[in-house]
Design a protein around this ligand. Structure first.
Ligand code: PMP
Length: 398
């Protein structure tokens, strides 16, 4: 035994570059019932189909097969669930079979598996700027260098992407092409074709993260990036039940070319063996018994009214000269304040007025635009949104 105590064991190097967000501490203050929060990207809990989900769990645990659903199971995922998910994807214009899919513990796990399977330390990941915060964290944890690509109201800019691809050896391009987090923007069909063409030309993997695509409140669906000609051997499409059924089930899936899917399956074995058997069985029972399309239509009706309430309140709530997105679907409005505002500072003032949002800086891979903020409109009713936006207006008044 050494005579003196050694210092605390060190953390892994890879954790060094991953910043913890100071905003997290502020958001901990949200837990007061008087705060109207536009911060979390949470679906509305009162719209969960509690009866349908309870019935599905009851059904799978009440049959003779009930014990099987409590047992270990193959990593690839429940075959009935994959069959039902593949059918829905095919109906939505992305031809898919059950064997094309790997069930994941939320689509967040798919991001981790992709980072494990594809990213060596120092690998370059290109992302639209701004992008989903937890994807940035995931790529940074893998030791990747994340390079931002400019985007506008139509999504990622193919010209800037072409420049980045010509300049850097990009291993993976990460996109949320439909109703993006945090901007709410959708990549146009023309740009999808351009992105697929560029990825094929430069030999880049593309991750199409699509948790929001079914939440469309107006306009017509745009075909998936994975459905573009030439995309089949390089685009990985991620889906999730989190926004259309319930995030607590932690159920997602990925659709990937065969060879990559096998590597991702090995990575998943090492991560968690498989996603919860009973949750997968219940989800399959739910998809078999409930009318998920009708449920999603109900969500869209409710969320459209919430989006409208928020967008209607923005001109009075934000200072003159502000800009914002008016999303066709999803959960978020992205706004920018004029005059060198720093929304992290303004969050303190907003919380003093019992209203919250997420400052935009952490969504940036490059130098952050601190005048930006994300407002989620799904968690509150239209009346609460109107009240919350009035509070925000008072908080932002000079
Ligand atoms: N991707 C994006 C773009 C998201 O917004 C989220 C959740 N906020 C996820 C992935 C993770 O979702 P899941 O619950 O399926 O893990």
């Amino acid at each position: 035994m050494p005579s003196s105590l050694a210092s605390t064991p060190a953390l892994a190097q890879r954790l060094r570059g991953v910043a913890s967000s100071p905003v997290r501490d502020l958001l901990a203050l949200l837990d007061r019932p008087e705060v109207i929060s536009f911060a979390g990207g949470l679906p509305a809990p009162e719209l969960f189909d509690l009866d349908g989900i309870r019935a599905a769990f009851d059904a799978v645990l009440s049959t003779g097969a009930g014990r099987r659903h409590l047992q270990y199971a193959p990593t690839e995922g429940d075959r009935d669930l994959r069959t039902l998910v593949a059918r829905r994807m095919t109906d939505r214009g992305l031809p898919t079979g059950p064997d094309d899919l790997l069930v994941t513990t939320g689509s967040q796990q798919a991001l981790t598996l992709l980072a494990t399977a594809l990213l060596d330390p120092g690998a370059v990941v290109a992302v639209e700027e701004p992008t989903y915060l937890a994807a940035l964290q995931c790529f940074q944890l893998a030791g990747a260098r994340v390079v931002p690509v400019a985007s506008d109201d139509d999504g990622i800019d193919p010209d800037d992407l072409a420049d980045v691809l010509a300049r850097e050896r990009v291993t993976l391009l990460y996109l949320v092409p439909t109703f993006a987090n945090p901007t709410g923007r959708t990549l146009t069909a023309e740009r999808r074709a351009a992105v697929a063409g560029l990825a094929a030309r430069y030999g880049t993997w593309v991750v199409e993260d699509d948790p929001y695509g079914e939440l469309r409140y107006r306009g017509t669906p745009v075909p998936a990036l994975a459905a573009q000609p030439g995309a089949a051997d390089r685009v990985v499409h991620l889906g999730s039940f989190s926004k259309v059924v319930a995030p607590g089930m932690r159920l997602g899936w990925l659709r990937a070319p065969a060879e990559l899917r096998r590597a991702l399956t090995v990575a998943k074995q090492a991560a968690d063996l498989h996603t919860s058997t009973v949750d997968q069985a219940a989800a399959a029972a739910y998809l078999g018994a409930a009318d998920l399309d009708a449920h999603v239509r109900g969500l869209c009706t409710a969320y459209a009214a919430r989006r409208d309430a928020m967008v209607a309140a923005l001109p009075a709530a934000l200072p003159a000269g502000s800009t914002w997105s008016d999303p066709d679907g999803g959960m978020f409005v992205w706004a920018r304040l004029p005059g060198g505002a720093d929304t992290a500072d303004l969050l303190r003032t907003a919380l003093a007025h019992d209203v919250a949002f997420v400052p935009g800086a952490p969504f940036h891979a490059g130098p952050p635009d601190r005048a930006t903020l994300r407002l989620s409109f799904t968690t509150n009713t239209p009346d609460r949104i109107t009240e919350g936006m009035a509070r925000l207006g008072r908080a932002l008044r000079p």
